[in-house]
Write a protein that binds this ligand. Structure first.
Ligand code: M6R
Length: 616
């Protein structure tokens, strides 16, 4: 939530900031603003409610003078409506200082009162302005932006990344972070700070990950990182594995269309280098952890949203292959009860961004309680993998559209790899069985490519159904989390009421929702995998069809049993049952995207959402 970027160097900072913000807009898009120190040494600020394009248009029409130091922000509102006034940057020290913030300052109320009592005035309803005014007050005492930051962070509770500039120190941007993301981009005669490497990858692929509770200052040729008390700390360098073109639309009408088209690669890249010549899964990042994996007696998977559905899908494979009990929990529910955790519990977090606050807090909580933690993450340098004992990266490439698609299939792939790795280490499956499963995994990218080539029927269906008021999704076994994910995609992209159910649960209540014409997607399991499961789903289809439901079946090639009862059949290639979710979800993603397009909606930036949920 909220994207922030800071720049010092020879380029025009407005260009760099707007470019960076356009790549961070997925983090929040209800208002945006910049502050720069111009060549006369004066802070100039411009901020506007609405998407970044509004600010960009404004900057074009009323050109700002060239500048080489600046900060920029794209907002997802928490405190105060998305208005020009509440947009960042906020000012302090009589307008000589500008500050941007990502996170929530939980004690802003008493701090604001303290400042009001001292005669300071406020222009916004935000918690963030309190940090700006406080920083201004501390600057007056110290005349040093870094020292002023040390004083300020000592007073703040909550989660924050703050960046600020002061007219008295042109050529300097100072930042601080606690539980919100911040990375450094190392350029040649220029340096960057941002929520995500996407903001500066156009200029440099060399980055530094900043730890928790650290302060950073950048000048064109120097980067300094300290703890909150000013003691220097080591920072971890890393090279960004993708270039700027990976985060562009590349000719596609939307990031979402592009990212769906990249799903075969997302799976293939996640598999690369992790299956040996004998078909055995060996994950190099997990070397040296065999003893730990033998020792654990339970796995708890924590995640939110789509990532949680990836976890629910993988539970079946983990239990079947590695013979270990698996619980899947929403991070925010796990964190605020008293889960039973022992040193033999492995807590596996799943997060595309690696910054989801609910999941980060749950990982920290699990560590404090003595669990071992493993992160499945798509973003290098992110906080959750840094807070975990081990990480298995998904290699889906940057995912920009707010609704997750390619990251989901990459997450299931990584979790399946982990399940096979665990099964090998724990000796729960023979080498032959493990090799058969990895062969199935290796075949997935080509099967997804086939579904993408034949997506015309789904696109047409979405156009027909664009007036639907509610859509239901049913599945059993691994088809159940796919039904949940199909419903989530439709809700968030097309704003249609959608619900996913376990097909077996129908008769326990949800069947009352069925009325003539009600569209129901049914994920049909392969009859080759389990004839019994298949026939039960076919019976469920008949039960709802008898009550007037309009059936859209997602079934494997050649499954004729569904034909008499389905209004539309969407075919997926043959696969072993556990691998069907990686295929069945693709038409559901395309359906949600196409229906949203048919309704004239923005599929990359749905209303009220932000891609990276960095507040609890
Ligand atoms: O970055 P994460 O994977 O931790 O994000 C988790 C959820 O916020 C995310 O999957 C969300 O549900 C998406 N909007 C789903 O499309």
């Amino acid at each position: 939530m909220c994207g922030i970027v800071g720049y010092v160097g020879l380029n025009d900072s407005i260009d760099v900031l707007l470019g960076g913000l356009s790549r961070l807009e997925y983090r929040g898009y209800d208002s945006a603003g910049v502050a720069v120190i111009d060549e006369t040494g004066t802070i100039r600020t411009r901020k506007r409610a609405g998407k970044l394009a509004v600010l960009a248009g404004d900057l074009k029409s009323g050109a700002m003078e060239t500048s080489h130091t600046g900060i920029g922000h794209t907002r997802w509102a928490t405190h105060g409506a998305p208005t020009d006034g509440n947009a960042h940057p906020h000012l302090g020290d009589d307008g000589k200082l500008a500050l941007i913030h990502n996170g929530i300052i939980e004690n802003f109320s008493p701090l604001k009162q303290e400042l009001l009592d001292e005669g300071f005035a406020f222009e916004s309803e935000t918690d963030s302005e309190v940090a700006a005014v406080l920083l201004g007050r501390e600057y007056r005492k110290t005349n040093n932006l870094r020292e002023a930051f040390q004083n300020v962070v000592a007073r703040l509770d909550g989660a924050f990344t703050l960046l600020a500039v002061h007219e008295n120190e042109p050529g300097l941007v100072v930042g601080a972070r606690r539980n919100s993301p911040l990375v450094i981009g190392l350029g040649d005669g220029e340096n960057f700070l941002a929520s995500d490497v996407a903001a500066f990858v156009e200029y440099t692929q060399n980055a530094l990950a900043i730890g928790q509770d650290q302060i950073v200052s950048i000048t064109p040729d120097k980067v300094e990182v300290t703890d909150f008390f000013g003691a220097p700390v080591e920072v971890e360098p890393f090279e960004i594995q993708w270039d700027a073109s990976a985060a562009d639309k590349g000719g596609w009408p939307s990031f979402m269309a592009k990212e769906i088209s990249e799903e075969p690669d997302a799976v293939a890249n996640t598999l690369r280098g992790r299956i040996d010549a004998d078909g055995q899964v060996v994950i190099p990042e997990l070397n040296g952890l065999d003893e730990l994996f033998v020792d654990i007696n339970r796995v708890v998977v924590i995640a939110c949203g789509t990532a949680a559905y990836a976890g629910q899908t993988a539970k079946y494979a983990l239990e079947k292959w590695a013979g270990i009990p698996v619980d899947v929990e929403l991070s925010h529910e796990f964190r605020y009860r008293e889960p039973v955790i022992t040193p033999q519990t492995l807590v596996v977090s799943i997060s595309q961004s690696g910054e989801t606050m609910d999941t980060l807090m749950a990982v920290k909580y699990a560590s404090e309680k003595g669990a071992k933690t493993l992160s499945i993450c798509n973003t290098q340098g992110a906080t959750i993998p840094r807070e975990s004992d081990a990480v298995v990266y998904t290699h889906a490439g940057p995912e920009v559209a707010v609704a997750s698609t390619k990251a989901f299939v990459a997450q299931i792939t990584a979790l399946y790899l982990f399940a096979l790795h665990l099964a090998r280490v724990r000796g729960t499956q023979s080498a032959e069985v493990l090799a058969e499963q990895s062969a199935e995994l290796l075949a997935v990218p080509a099967k997804i490519a086939t579904i993408l080539e034949e997506s015309g029927v789904v696109e047409e269906l979405a156009r027909w159904m664009s007036d639907s008021r509610a859509v239901l999704f049913l599945g059993r076994h691994v088809g159940f989390p796919i039904a949940l994910e199909g419903a989530l995609k439709l809700k968030e992209l097309a704003y249609i009421h959608a619900e996913g159910f376990a097909a077996g649960e129908l008769k326990h209540g949800p069947i009352a929702l069925i009325e003539p014409g009600q569209p129901v997607f049914v994920v049909v399991p392969s009859p080759r995998g389990s004839a019994m499961l298949h026939s039960k789903v076919v019976s469920n289809i008949q039960e709802i069809r008898a009550r007037g439901a309009k059936i859209i079946a997602i079934a494997e090639e050649g499954d004729a049993a569904v034909l008499p009862f389905a209004d539309t059949v969407i075919r997926i290639p043959l696969a072993a049952p556990l691998f069907e979710p990686l295929l069945a979800v693709i038409p559901l993603q395309i359906f949600a995207m196409e229906l949203a397009i048919a309704k004239g909606l923005d599929v990359d930036q749905p209303r009220n959402l932000a891609k990276s949920v960095t507040v609890e």
